[in-house]
Design a protein around this ligand. Sequence first.
Ligand code: SAM
Ligand code: SF4
Length: 347
Amino acid sequence: MTKLSFRSHAAKKFEEGSPLTDTFGRKHNYLRISLTERCNLRCTYCMPAEGIQLSPKEHIMTYEEIYTIAKKFVQMGVTKIRLTGGEPLVRKDAALILEKLASLPVQLTLTTNGVIVDRFIDHFKKCGIKTLNISLDSLHSHKNKEITRRSYFEKVYQNIILLVNEGFFVKVNCVLMKGFNDDEIIDFINLSKKLPIQVRFIEFMPFDGNRWNMDKLVSLEEILSKVRSSYKKEDIVKLEDAPNDTTKSYQIKGYQGNFAVISSVTNPFCDGCNRIRLTANGQIKNCLFSSKESDLLTPLRAGKSITPIIQKTVQSKLKIRNGMDTLDKFGQPSAHSNNRSMIAIGG
Ligand code: SAM
Ligand code: SF4
């Protein structure tokens, strides 16, 4: 009886909303596509030192398959697509994929480590890309080398300046880790004084092989407390956040840019979640923290409809962080250790 009434409730919600509305009324209009599991960096928080087991090449979506799946999502209500990875730009046909997806009626954007973005400036413009997220975890070369296990700090920094000068809005993603880069919070915020960028501090999240523990986490509250002790109260301005924003954003009065915090661990934003993820090997995930995946690529290649699989995946989405609804649950390794490494999900 209970089961039946739950099903009819879910079906009702589905009828009321778009095909991508889940049982909690959340409308999914934002697709994040991972183009590759490969990367030119080796960030410690994203992948284990020994690397990950890459999917065989034939299991990776071709650019035609990416386009076909993306088009299906657009028909179902997606209006925004973010390309991610691994490093999306290391894929040989990245420019072609960008162009193909730019022909869809969506806001197209990407998250990149910035190492080779200078090669794509004209492509970005041609594809109508206005905003890019660039990862940078320290303003010191030696610390970047330590975290990324590669030496590209100067290149990335120069590429951020290049993008700004070329008229793109850059969001700098910085994963904070206690004792490593939390002493740079104010330096990062001050970067938004001279550059019209958004600096985004991301709470360190647990994924397979990234040696996460709660002690390394720098929380929203800790970040704000540092901000409060460094600037006058009247100079810290809370900015308005859009309903689906994952960020809580602020600005220091008079600064050109602003800063924001993505507090997935201490202050989740699942209520307004509108995201669905497609991995490079054609699996969809309804939550970043879910180890469950639904295969779209095999049925697509077999000529079957992927629509019911997409709908079922959206319908089975849990309310909060795939069931990790309290902070305590992060302390149970079983709650998150079966998930892929971030590099193979696409952040
Ligand atoms: N290679 C690109 C890059 O680094 O921007 C795109 C892929 S990367 C997986 C996407 C985002 O996920 C990056 O901003 C990265 O900092 C973030 N990320 C990776 N592992 C994370 C973790 N354990 N906790 C929080 N954010 C993480
Ligand atoms: Fe590569 Fe991005 Fe992961 Fe760093 S965070 S290893 S740049 S995919």
